[in-house]
Structures are given as C-alpha cells and as structure tokens.
Design a protein around this ligand. Structure first.
Ligand code: BES
Ligand code: MN
Ligand code: ZN
Length: 495
C-alpha cells in the first residue's frame, strides 16, 4: 500500500473515493461540511433521510455526487463527538478500510487523520491509520493453491485541512516500515512447523542480513555445546531438526554506543515434549516462535528506518518434541551460566532456551536486554489477549516500555517480580527447578529468567496472549512489533 499526506480540499480530490466522518445525530465533520457545500447539501439530505446516523463504525457509500470530483463519497460513523478517543478512532478507520475494500476503487482520500482524538497527536493518528490500512491488505495465502486476488485498493492519501506538521513525513516513513515489520512477523508466525524450522529462521535472518547489510551469526549445536548451553540443547534433544542460535547485529550509531539486545523465543513447534500437551488446538503451538518473529520484524523495521542506534537480536531456536532421546522430567542440566536446572516439566522449555540466550547476550555488552516470548499460558489467564505481561529488574526501563506500548496502542501491563516468589523455584536436587507451580505461573517463569540477567538492565515481555488470535480469524497478530519499534524510535530520538 502506498501512502501520502497533504493539505487539500476534499471536494477537489480526483480519486476513486473521498472519505469523511459523521458524528452522532448526523453531525458532519469539517471536511464533511466542505463536501456538503460543494455538493449543494446532498450529504445533509442523505443524512436527514436517516441512512447515516453517525453510529460508530457504520458506513455509507454515495456514488457520483454532483459537485464532487471523486467518484464516490464514503461516510464513516464516528459516534459521539465528546467520546471520540483512541479506540473510537481505530474502530472508525477499520470500518473505513472494510468499506473501501468492498468497492473497486484503486485509491482513496481519507479525511479522518485530521479529526481531533482525545489525548492523541497528529503523528499518532497518521501512524495508526497506516498500520490499520496495511493490516487490511495483509494476506496469508502463500500456501493456498489458488491465492485470493490481490486487493484493488493501492493508494491512500491522508488529507488534512491545515499544513501537515514537519514530523508528518517522518512518521509516514516510520509507520510504513513498522507495517512491513509487522507483516513479516505475521507471515513467519503463521507458517507451519514443517516449513518454519530453526533452519528456516536462520535462512530468513541470513536473507535479511544481506538485504540490509547486517552482521549475521548462526551457531550450530556443536558451537553451543562448546559454550556450555546445555539448557538450550536439552530442548532440541528430542527433535530431528537441529537447534540454532541466530544473531543479527545492526549498527546505526557510533560503535561505542552500547546496543539494545532483543532476545526472541524461537520454538518452532511446542508439543510439550515428554510432558506432552493435550491434543486440542495443539496446531497453534506453531506460534511458539512469535518472539523470534517479532524481533526479526522489529529488526527489519528499524533497518528500513535507518534508526540511529545499535541493536542486536538473538534467537534461540528449537523444536520441542517427544522422543527416545528427549529430556525427561527429573533430568538435571547445567546452563551456560553454570547454574544447574532440574527439568520437572519438559513443557516449560521456553525458559530453558531463553536462559542460555540471555547469558550469551552479555557478550554484546548491552545497555539493555529485552526478551520477548510466548512463555506461559498463565499470562493469558492473568491478562487475556489485550496486554502483554511486562517484567523487569529496572523500574525506568519498565516505564519506558509501558509508555511505548501506550503510544503504539500495543499495550503491556507491569507485573510484580518480588523476591518472595523466587522460593517457588527451589529444587531438592539442583540450583533451581524449571517450574514454580500453578500459582503466579507467569511470574515464576519471569523469576526463573531473572536469575540469568543479574548483570544488565533487563525486561521480559510475555506475549502468549497477544501474539496470536484464536478462533475463526486465527493467525499471528504481529504484536509486539509496534511496541518494540516505538521503544527504539523513542530511544534513538532521546540520544
Ligand atoms: N509455549 C508455551 C506457553 C503457551 C501456552 C503459549 C499457551 C501460548 C499459548 C510454554 O512453552 C508452555 O508450555 N508453558 C507451560 C509452562 C508450565 C509447564 C509451567 C504452560 O504455560 O502451561
Ligand atoms: Mn511448552
Ligand atoms: Zn513453549
């Protein structure tokens, strides 16, 4: 999808469709009033007839309105003007995109980004509009023999009454880059386990490295053995697919500037291993690599934006399958950090691959390390599918991530990680066990990781509930790419 932004009059648009909003009780927005004047009150006549009451998310298409150069006018209901906030704006833009795709038009001029939205600025409105429009054209049909025809709508012009702010064009570029990062993350997340293996992820990273001139390193199992990564390797024992530890390094700032390291869980299929999961919906465990997919998507986005900061991504990738040589409940392994772990449940494999990847991250002398993982079902119980779980050993880092999530409308919620929870990980036979019982399951998982991150500023995002949508529209959501890219954008601009 192509985007542009300009100061322009809605009635003079030579496009397939011009879009304006209508508040409750048929009250036209400023752009709507200009159209209405040019059309000699045709819009208000239609509204007076009762076909468009301005209910939030409702839409009405008018064809060939005299006095207006665009071929169609799309009216989008906005609800009560006084209630028009972030959620209402997003609902209206979504409804607008659905209606536009039902027409045969190739382009459209939207007058929605110039509406006033409670507590949100122009940059936010532009960015969200670009993200929603891009989402509306996302397809996942590479594996269908007859892919659906591509959407006809290709170009969107975001119109505004006043001259767009100086930041508008930067925002547009950043939003498009974020959108393509999200699309990559979704595509990878949707791929099945027989295609998207650890080796496949490594290939993707190599391709990205070539395209954006990044440094790529892929550690093989023998390399990991030399480093003593026995926690990570214990997970791939039951699999015929070799584990990989993938890193990509992006240098956008002075070499001396310490990088942000993003660590993404890359379990390309999680059967649970010997502690096997129940069969229902087990297919969805192909999305257990969405942490990895989100750091790849974020890397692509910031490389495309040419952000001025240094970022490294680290992906510990493996399958988790049962087999004669798979790890068994009760097995004890030594992690790269030297700490020993009693594996009481082979289905708590995410923390096993992450702990070694986190220890490995120290070699990049990071300023900050953030891991992103579909780590626990317990996090879904705690927060549902709306917020990602945020855990951190640094209060200011937690605040920065919360703020980025809020700005990007990709929200996280700060969870506690007090020492009092740590005792749930005590083991009779090793330094710790890999599960902490049912109570506070997402917290004890984070506590486990915290034992490997003592030397740096660290945060953990549990995205089990937010990376994937179940049900009829099942598929990857691309979260938390918006949060992560926003965090990095904020960081680059504060340096
Ligand atoms: N990948 C799962 C977590 C998960 C569950 C993600 C549901 C998305 C949806 C993780 O590896 C896992 O199996 N966690 C266990 C931990 C338990 C054994 C302590 C869980 O949440 O049940
Ligand atoms: Mn598991
Ligand atoms: Zn898992």
């Amino acid at each position: 999808m192509e985007f542009s932004i300009k100061q322009s009059s809605p009635e003079k648009q030579r496009s397939a469709c011009v879009v304006v909003g209508v508040y409750s009780r048929g009250k036209l927005t400023a752009a709507g009033q200009s159209l209405d004047r040019a059309a000699q009150n045709h819009l208000s006549d239609v509204i007076a007839q009762g076909d468009m009451e301005g209910k939030l998310g409702s839409t009405l298409i008018l064809q060939r309105v005299a006095g207006i150069t665009a071929e169609r006018v799309l009216l989008v209901g906005l609800g009560k003007a006084a209630d028009f906030g972030a959620k209402q704006y997003l609902d209206a833009v979504r409804a607008c995109m659905t209606a536009l795709h039902k027409t045969a038009g190739k382009d459209a001029a939207l007058y929605l980004t110039d509406l006033s939205v409670k507590d949100r600025d122009e940059a936010w409105k532009i960015k969200q509009c670009v993200l929603l429009a891009s989402e509306s054209v996302f397809r996942c049909d590479q594996l269908k023999s007859a892919p659906a025809s591509a959407p006809t709508l290709r170009k969107l012009m975001l119109g505004c009454a006043d001259k767009p702010g100086a930041v508008a064009s930067t925002v547009l570029e950043q939003a498009s880059a974020t959108a393509s990062g999200i699309a990559l993350t979704k595509t990878l997340g949707n791929l099945p386990g027989n295609i998207c293996t650890p080796t496949y992820l490594a290939e993707q990273a190599k391709e990205m490295a070539q395209k954006y001139k990044l440094k790529v390193t892929v550690l093989e199992e023998k390399d990991m053995e030399k480093l003593g990564m026995h926690a990570l390797l214990s997970v791939s024992h039951g699999s015929r697919q070799p584990a990989k530890l993938i890193t990509l390094e992006y240098q956008g700032a002075d070499k001396k500037q310490k990088p942000v390291v993003l660590v993404g869980k890359g379990i390309t299929f999680d059967s649970g291993g010997i502690s096997i999961k129940p069969g229902a919906e087990m297919d969805e465990m192909k999305y257990d690599m969405c942490g990895a997919a989100s750091v790849l998507g974020t890397m692509q986005a910031i490389a495309e934006m040419k952000l001025k900061l240094n970022v490294v991504i680290v992906i510990p990738s493996s399958e988790n399958l049962p087999d004669g040589s798979a790890s068994k409940p009760g097995d004890i392994v030594k992690s790269m950090s030297g700490q020993t772990i009693e594996i009481l449940n082979t289905d708590a494999e995410g923390r096993l691959v992450l702990c070694d990847a986190l220890t490995y991250s120290a070699r990049f002398e990071p300023d900050t390390v953030i891991d992103i993982a579909t780590l626990t079902g317990a996090c879904i119980i705690a927060l549902g599918h709306i917020a990602s779980g945020l855990f951190s050993n640094d209060g200011s880092l937690a605040q920065e991530l919360l703020k980025a999530g809020d700005t990007a409308h990709d929200r996280a919620w700060h969870m506690p990680m007090w020492d009092d929870y740590q005792q749930q990980l005590d083991s009779n036979f090793a330094d710790m066990q890999n599960i902490g019982g049912r109570a506070g399951g997402s917290i004890t998982a984070a506590c486990f990781l915290s034992r490997f991150t003592k030397d740096f500023r660290w945060a953990h995002l549990d995205i089990a509930g937010t990376a994937w949508r179940s049900g009829k529209d099942k598929g990857a959501t691309g979260r938390p790419v918006p949060l992560l890219t926003q965090y990095l954008i904020d960081r680059a601009s504060s340096k």
